[in-house]
Design a protein around this ligand. Structure first.
Ligand SMILES: [Zn+2]
Ligand SMILES: [Zn+2]
Length: 147
């Protein structure tokens, strides 16, 4: 399957299975992390991803109090992947690090309350003013209908 890598190529991810979900996030933390007006992450089952090369870990505590471990290349600084403590079986991968322009579009657009006004997505996207964790079950493979 696809591979993701940092700009200098020292940090690489081999992705053996397709992504479970692609999410665009407009939160201010993602804006600062990426230097871009929004981030797009693809979530994979953690046991299907092989990581090679060293990464520096930064732990970000979100407004909700939940932690996300963010990993970046110590040489070139690219953010390649992250592990949300709330989703221990998943790994988020920066879609830009895949460099595959025909990668599937985001299915969810979250934290739109801080979305830049000119950002718009075509097609079928579910919109959320805040996060969508309550709506989606932890393994991200199906919606939680428990409430
Ligand atoms: Zn690098
Ligand atoms: Zn975010």
């Amino acid at each position: 399957m696809a591979d993701a890598q940092c700009l200098c190529g020292a940090l690489k991810l081999m992705l053996r299975e397709p992504s479970k979900l692609v999410v665009a996030c407009h939160c201010l933390a993602c804006q600062r992390r990426t230097g871009s007006p929004f981030s797009v992450g693809a979530f994979y089952a953690i046991n299907t991803v092989e990581i090679s090369g060293g990464a520096t870990e930064f732990v970000h505590v979100g407004d909700s109090g939940s932690r996300v471990r963010i990993y970046f290349c110590p040489t070139c600084g690219s953010t390649i992947y992250w592990k949300p403590d709330a989703l221990p079986s998943m790994i988020g991968v920066a879609v830009g690090a895949l460099a595959v322009p025909d990668f599937p579009a985001p299915a969810l657009s979250i934290f739109e309350r801080s979305k830049h006004h000119w950002v718009q997505f075509d097609g079928e996207v579910e919109h959320f003013q805040e996060g969508a964790m309550r709506k989606y079950s932890p393994d991200l493979t199906r919606r939680s209908d428990s409430r």
